[in-house]
Design a protein around this ligand. Structure first.
Ligand SMILES: [Zn+2]
Length: 195
């Protein structure tokens, strides 16, 4: 196939990129200097080769444990559970949380065949059993699957954790944390409720 067509097709697979945008991006890359275009290719190659899940929290990082788990100034007794590294980055950007994380790597979605076994649930239970935290904040996205996953987690974590909370409803229902502004997310953390 024509290399330009191949590039357009690959770009089309990215979220939020339709054919028109993909074509524009493809030509942008084509008209860029060789150095610039190859820097993009190299950056993609590097993330695939060097980024791995942290062995403690499963956040994606080039070092293990990740910089958040390794930072002893952070409150290691406070664990915020998020769906993925995108959610983690949203909470970090909001700057309201100084504890550590646990990245589930998805949510329970029976229709898609995703149950607790496909997620880092067993690892979370083992983690809190080994070193019980003071509090676990469930910060899955406020979607149907996110709420169901939080309800499930609160039940299985209850015997091991003294305090389990869920971020407040300030976050618009059905949206991803990624798209929530800092102010709203910070309020959602402040007003978290007991599960
Ligand atoms: Zn980590």
């Amino acid at each position: 196939m024509d290399p330009i067509q191949t590039l357009v097709q690959e770009l089309c697979k990215l979220p939020g990129i339709g054919e028109k945008t993909a074509t524009r991006l493809a030509f942008h890359i084509l008209y860029a200097s060789t150095d610039e275009a190859l820097a993009l290719a190299k950056a993609i190659q590097e993330v695939k080769e060097r980024i791995r899940p942290c062995s403690v929290c499963f956040n994606l990082s080039s070092i293990d444990p990740c910089p958040i788990c390794a930072d002893m100034r952070r409150d290691q007794d406070l664990i915020c559970v998020v769906e993925d590294s995108i959610g983690l980055n949203a909470v970090e950007r909001a700057g309201v949380f100084r504890g550590v994380y646990h990245v589930l790597s998805g949510v329970i979605a029976p229709l898609e065949g995703i149950g607790p076994d496909q997620l880092k649930v067993k690892e979370l239970v083992e983690r809190v059993q080994m070193k019980p935290p003071r509090e676990v904040i469930l910060s899955t996205n406020p979607t149907v699957e996110g709420e169901a996953t939080s309800a499930f987690l609160s039940k299985i974590l209850k015997p091991h954790v003294p305090k389990i909370t869920r971020i407040a409803r300030g976050v618009p229902s059905g949206s991803d944390l990624e798209y929530v502004d800092r102010m709203t997310l910070s309020k959602a953390f402040e007003n978290r409720r007991d599960f």
